[in-house]
Every structure is written in structure tokens, then in C-alpha cells.
Design a protein around this ligand. Structure first.
Ligand code: DAH
Length: 350
């Protein structure tokens, strides 16, 4: 073994120095370090050498490998610097070539509709509130007049967060009413600064342990509404809902109220809207010309009382808009599961 590291590396060093591109470097790397390359050749010769020369040759092979790797890394840096320098000097830049078109994202339809409704409601004097997705059983049920053994709990298959059932994934945005009353209305009344009517919306994600299908999803969106003032009546409620529908559909929409039961409102209603898509009945309105759109009602005195508001003095109305449903109606989406699927083929249509 007479060859020095220098004599082995020199021809490779020259090749690296002459490299003009990353491709050149990759080729040199392959031809020297991979199978059949200079390093491998050295190693392959070891068994034929006299035992005394073997260790030195092994050491040489390792040194050669290190030298090649270091040389390649240095050359790579040199090429990158040169590219930057060239660009700075305007070399190799063709101003007539079309640029790379950046891919732009768009708003998710749920976000678009939520923002639109937030604009609409803030223009009517509502504040937009937020609440946690993990909610106490107390806020999600008890203070809303749904005590522990109330049958209304069965309708809301609840994801529980702890063994004692103190916390749940909120099953609706109605705890937003409780928080608004406790955190906004009561302190203002106490401080003597309450300026009725208080109006708030609470858009957000809600969760139910459901078997999913085209019209059921375990995670969906609602928007709660709450108005508190003096002598609030069903008339106020209907007026607000008609304004909402005019904003959403861009024209006057006929509505009707049917009685509906929800423990936190009295009286409670289901508000139906005349189907905006047909006159004689279609698949969206299931041939009835009416679409069940939003449950609502006058806030139950127990809820006001539970939250510290005197129902003898104050009254209010509330509604629970199914945001996911509204988005589906608006865009003609026939499967709720698409909304949160993250499927780009779906999302790119908006
Ligand atoms: N929280 C109810 C649900 O998700 C919907 C609801 C009904 C909300 C009546 C309201 C209301 O504010 O007044 O099933």
C-alpha cells in the first residue's frame, strides 16, 4: 500500500472543482462513494493484501470517503453562493418568462358564511362572543334548565371528558347564552352600566356522539343568538329572524313558527323558512316548500334566574342557527361530512 490519501483524492478533487451544477456533484458522489466507486474499490482489495497492509488501507478508505464528502459539501455551498451572486447581477434571469403562479387558498365555506353572518349581526348591534369547546356540564346543561336526569339529555349524545361527568364537549352553542348572561349581562346590571338590549351571537363548533351519515356528523357548527332587554316579545324574535334570512338569501323570505320544545326557552319554536329554491316543492324542502331552519324561543325564566338575572325585570329571546345546515343549503352541499373532510377536491370548488 503505497498510495497516499493525496494521490487517491487528487483526481476526485479536480472533478469536484470542475463541477458546474448540483447534478454534476450528485454524479461524482455516486461514482465515488456508491458501489463500484473509488472507495469501494479500495475496500474490495483488502482481502488480497498482506495482513500487515490491511489496517492502513482500511484507514485510507475511510479518510478518502471523508475527504470526498467534505469536498462535495464545500462545492455545493460554492455553487449556491454563485447562483445568488448571478441572480444579484441579473444574469440568467429572463424577465419574459412567465412566473410561477402561487397557489392561493380560499375561505372554507363555513368560515365565509360565519364571517358574513358576523358582519350582518354586528351591523344590527350584536357582539360576537366565543366560548370553550370543552364546557362544564353545568353550563352546557344544568343552568340551561336541563338537570342531570332530564330526558332532553338523551337527544344530545354527549362526549364526556371525565369520569365524574363534570366536563363535556359542548353539544350545542347554547352554553354561550349562559356565559353571556353570567359574564356580560350580570356584571353590567350590577355596575349600573347595563344598556339594553344586550345582543350577542356565539358561533362555534359543537360535538355529538352520533353515527355519521349524509346528514349527521359528530362535529358540526352552530350559531347561538341571545337578546336580553325589557319586554322582549316573540315579535322581536320574528323580526330579527326575518332580517337574518334577508341577509342570508338576499331577499324577503316568508317564515312560519311551529311550537318546539327546548328546556331553555318558553315558549319554544321551530322556525321554518319558505324554501328559497322552489315554488312547488323540491328535494331540498322534501316537497313541502318549507325548510326547518332554526329553533328559537323566549329565554326561560329559570335560565335567567340560574345565571343571576331577575326574570321579573328582564326578558330575552334566543335562537340556535344550524350553521352547517345553512352552509349546505346555501351551496347545495348534500353531505355534511364533506364540510370537515379536508378533501381538497371539495374545498377547491369554493
Ligand atoms: N341548543 C339547541 C340544540 O342544539 C338549539 C336551540 C333551540 C337553541 C332553541 C336555542 C333555542 O337558542 O332557543 O339542539
Amino acid at each position: 500500500m503505497t498510495e497516499t490519501l493525496e494521490s487517491l483524492f487528487e483526481p476526485i478533487r479536480l472533478r469536484i472543482a470542475a463541477a458546474e451544477s448540483d447534478d454534476d456533484l450528485r454524479r461524482i458522489e455516486r461514482e465515488t462513494l456508491d458501489k463500484g466507486g473509488a472507495v469501494a474499490a479500495l475496500l474490495a482489495g483488502i482481502p488480497t493484501l498482506p495482513p500487515t497492509e490491511r489496517p492502513l488501507t482500511g484507514k485510507r478508505a475511510n479518510e478518502l470517503k471523508g475527504a470526498i464528502q467534505a469536498g462535495l459539501a464545500e462545492a455545493k455551498e460554492r455553487l449556491a453562493l454563485r447562483a445568488v451572486e448571478r441572480e444579484r447581477l441579473g444574469e440568467g434571469f429572463d424577465a419574459t418568462l412567465p412566473g410561477a403562479r402561487p397557489t392561493r387558498g380560499g375561505l372554507h365555506p363555513l368560515v365565509a358564511v360565519t364571517r358574513e353572518l358576523e358582519d350582518l349581526f354586528t351591523s344590527m348591534g350584536y357582539v360576537v362572543l366565543d366560548g370553550p369547546e370543552i364546557e362544564s356540564d353545568e353550563n352546557n346543561f344544568q343552568l340551561l334548565n336541563i338537570p342531570p336526569d332530564h330526558p332532553a339529555r338523551d337527544a344530545q349524545d354527549t362526549f364526556r371528558c371525565d369520569a365524574d361527568g363534570k366536563f363535556v364537549l359542548r353539544t350545542h352553542t347554547s352554553p354561550g347564552q349562559v356565559r353571556a348572561l353570567k359574564e356580560r349581562v350580570v356584571p353590567a346590571i350590577r355596575a349600573g352600566t347595563f344598556a339594553p338590549p344586550f345582543r350577542a351571537i356565539v358561533p362555534g363548533k359543537v360535538f355529538r356522539q352520533e353515527t355519521t351519515d349524509a346528514s349527521h356528523e359528530h362535529t358540526f357548527h352552530q350559531m347561538e343568538g341571545l337578546v336580553v332587554g325589557k319586554d322582549i316579545s316573540v315579535g322581536h324574535l320574528i323580526g330579527a329572524m326575518k332580517t337574518l334570512l334577508r341577509g342570508v338569501f338576499g331577499r324577503e323570505i316568508e317564515v312560519r313558527l311551529r311550537p318546539g320544545y327546548f328546556p331553555f326557552v318558553e315558549p319554544g319554536f321551530e322556525l321554518d323558512a319558505r324554501c328559497p329554491f322552489c315554488k312547488e316543492g323540491c328535494s331540498v324542502c322534501k316537497r313541502s316548500t318549507w325548510i326547518e331552519l332554526l329553533p328559537c324561543g323566549l329565554v326561560h325564566p329559570n335560565v335567567l334566574r340560574n345565571c343571576g338575572v331577575d326574570p321579573e325585570v328582564w326578558s330575552g329571546f334566543a335562537f340556535g342557527l344550524g350553521l352547517s345546515r345553512l352552509v349546505m343549503l346555501r351551496y347545495g352541499i348534500d353531505d355534511v361530512r364533506l364540510l370537515l373532510s379536508g378533501d381538497l377536491r371539495f374545498l377547491e370548488q369554493f
